[in-house]
Write a protein that binds this ligand. Structure first.
Ligand SMILES: [Zn+2]
Length: 321
């Protein structure tokens, strides 16, 4: 039996899994990235995590045919280079693919982490059998991925599928990428917190005001807690984020006519409160033919998506049969 290794490199943790060619998760481990140690320290941890995962799975290194890595980007997928990773200090033009390949002497592949998650949902999750699938990851930021007839769209310079960075409000709120009015500035966890705080300062009537005065930190989870306790304002700001998400989706729906849109990420713990207004907004803005068979659904693989997708893209890319 031959296995794949899938790695999900993040600012806090490195998740590494042994995955079968059929996409079954055999073993998954998680170790701290120790980003303060810089690229060399993090790469040493990645190597250690592969050895640890192989040993815990009990497969032996000889049973591993290739290693797939999902990393924050932009990523030069052709050359296997991490261009820059905002959450990993010192990561500029790091040839991560070759560094890993050299150590294990088997093929490796490097992809954008949001693209890996998108591919996992297509391969094994909520987007199975989709003809044209979009994926959104609502977390600290907004990630995206596009899969057309089984192929991940990487783009000419490896930056396709940045669905969080389309402008939806001219001269709108500042996005961490430097542009104004990106979807990410309206539908990410950070933007939800920032926009909620602004509205509270403007005098919104909400239980959150008391909670903040009691010393609680305003997070997207606290906003959702307020909504669940019946706070109308919290429900309104969350639905507003969902409406912006739908506005962003409607643009891509008009261009690509997808049949499935999968939405995952930490914010989706609140689920339908974002998806319902997003569906309404898409329906309101596109042709009936665009929306009649379109499914906008929650992701299924949760925290496993990154490692499963990184492994699956080794097959999608033809690196392993
Ligand atoms: Zn942006």
């Amino acid at each position: 039996m031959i296995y794949l290794v899938g790695i999900d490199l993040g600012g806090t943790f490195i998740k590494t899994a042994i995955v079968s060619h059929e996409g079954e998760l055999i073993k998954k481990i998680e170790i701290p990235s120790e980003k303060e140690k810089g690229p060399d320290g993090v790469i040493a941890n990645i190597i250690r995590s592969v050895r640890l995962a192989v040993s815990e799975a009990g497969t032996g290194t000889n049973a591993i045919s290739a290693i797939g890595i999902g990393s924050p980007g932009p990523i030069d997928t052709k050359r296997g280079i991490v261009g820059r990773a905002i959450n990993l200090p010192g990561w500029v033009n790091i040839p991560l693919r070759d560094r890993i390949q050299e150590v294990f002497d088997i093929p490796a592949n490097l992809e954008n982490d949001a693209n890996a998650m998108a591919y996992a949902e297509y391969w094994k999750g909520a987007g199975r059998n989709a003809e044209i699938m979009l994926a959104y990851t609502l977390g600290t930021g907004v990630g995206g991925g596009i899969i057309i007839e089984g192929k991940l769209i990487r783009g000419a310079t490896g930056c396709a599928g940045e669905l969080g960075h389309m402008t939806i409000v001219p001269d709108g709120d500042l996005c961490p990428c430097g542009n104004r009015g990106c979807l990410e500035a309206y539908a990410s966890a950070n933007s939800l917190v920032r926009r909620t705080l602004e509205k509270i300062k403007q005098g919104a009537n909400t239980i959150l005001k008391e909670w903040i005065a009691e010393g609680k930190t305003l997070t997207s989870k606290l906003i959702d807690d307020a909504r669940r306790s019946g706070d109308a304002f919290a429900g309104m700001v969350m639905r507003e984020a969902g409406t912006y998400l739908g506005l962003g989706m409607s643009v891509v729906v008009a261009v690509l006519n997808p049949d499935v849109i999968v939405v995952g990420g930490g914010m989706m713990k609140a689920g339908e409160i974002f998806l319902e207004p997003a569906r309404e907004e898409v329906k309101r803005r596109v042709f009936a033919e665009h929306s009649q068979n379109l499914k906008i659904v929650a992701a299924e693989l949760g925290n496993d998506a990154g490692v499963i997708g990184a492994a699956g893209l080794l097959i999608e890319r033809g690196i392993v049969p």
